[in-house]
Design a protein around this ligand. Structure first.
Ligand code: NAD
Length: 315
């Protein structure tokens, strides 16, 4: 019988260990060409936002999922979430749709898992200062999961809207039991952190190359169209860049597309997909001083990873 799950149900059914294991497996399978994942369709509802359709069959996880996710940056002003989503989960053994679930939490969790895996393979082992730019819904999950894998000594946050950063810092300090400090500028944050996560809807770079110290790791999750970028193209061109899925990055990762269009780098300069690093086919960080960038636009394989956990728990 079809089960219907809320975001709260999804959150309560998924442990961080299972999440990281399943998303790592999905990334590996994706890079080894063992999932069926058509390029996602983006339907532009100009000028308000985008609706994305994201299907994936992951045979090793024994799941098919189709997520519909919308991104409406103007929703903040209306008191509505920027990102809204729902997922249909089908059992590939019999083709029966088994679960329909709200997928805001699923999206937050699987995106945070991508960052956490990038920290595991690309950040310095002694990285102790975490910074997050953009204090919205994704940032909440990014902070919760990254805090669990990294156990940072200091956490700083910044948002274009200072009251959002202050409220976020207060709420998250209480939630994770570690002090979260709002800073007055992105520059101050970048100059003082070892691991930086960008989770904004920005169309212009929020992290400039000259601010970034040697050995920093950056996970950029915000941009998903050629026009959007959070990172200085000169930074991207000079860093060791790892992506979630190269063919999607070529179409959607504005941070990289803009650096390539400016002839600062070529696609051959992308070091690896994270799945290749997880599978041991390519190295992660090899040098204490290198600057690493993980650019994720988000893949349906990550959704399938979470869907497979849900399927195993509720059917
Ligand atoms: N990579 C992925 O898999 C993935 C998954 C989900 C969402 N996203 C993307 O992540 C982005 C954030 O999503 P969300 O749901 O958290 O949105 P949100 O609107 O809840 O949060 C975005 C925050 O960024 C802040 N911001 C915007 N421009 C900024 C700037 N220049 N400097 C500092 N802060 C700035 C906003 O004030 C806001 O607080 C969106 O673009 C969304 O599409 C990516």
């Amino acid at each position: 019988m079809l089960k219907v799950l809320s975001d709260d149900d999804v959150e309560s059914l998924i442990s961080t260990d299972e999440l990281l294991r399943s998303v790592a497996e999905a990334f590996k399978e994706l890079s080894l060409g063992r999932v069926l994942m058509p390029q996602r369709s983006r339907i532009e509802v100009a000028p308000k936002g985008d609706i994305l359709l994201m299907p994936c069959l992951a045979p090793s996880l024994n799941v098919f999922s189709l997520k519909i996710v919308s991104v409406y940056p103007g929703n903040i002003k209306k008191g509505l979430p920027t990102t809204n989503a729902v997922v249909v989960i089908v059992d590939p053994e019999n083709g029966v749709p088994s679960i329909v679930a709200e997928a805001r939490a699923l999206t937050g969790l699987r995106t945070a898992a991508a960052t956490a895996l990038s920290i595991k393979y690309l950040a310095r082992r002694d990285a102790s200062r975490l910074g997050i730019i953009g204090c919205g819904y994704q940032a909440r999950w990014q902070l919760i999961i990254s805090n669990q894998v990294m156990r940072p000594e200091r956490i700083s946050v910044y948002d274009l809207l200072s009251e959002r950063a202050e409220r976020f810092a207060e709420e998250m300090s209480a939630k994770i039991g570690v002090k979260v400090t709002p800073l007055a500028s992105a520059e101050e944050l970048v100059k003082s952190c070892d691991v930086i996560i960008t989770a904004t809807t920005s169309r212009a770079p929020v992290v400039l190359k000259d601010w970034v110290r040697q050995g920093t790791h950056i996970s950029a999750i915000g941009s998903y169209t050629p026009e959007m970028a959070e990172l200085d193209p000169r930074l991207v061109a000079s860093a060791k860049v790892v992506v979630d899925f190269l063919s999607a990055a070529k179409e959607e990762a504005g941070d990289l597309i803009q650096a390539v269009r400016a002839s600062l780098m070529g696609w051959e300069n992308v070091h690896a997909e994270i799945g290749e690093v997880i599978a041991g086919l390519k190295p992660g960080r090899v040098d204490r001083d290198e600057v690493t960038v993980f650019k994720t636009v988000g893949t349906a394989a990550q959704d399938a990873a979470v869907a497979s956990i849900l399927l195993s728990k509720v059917s």
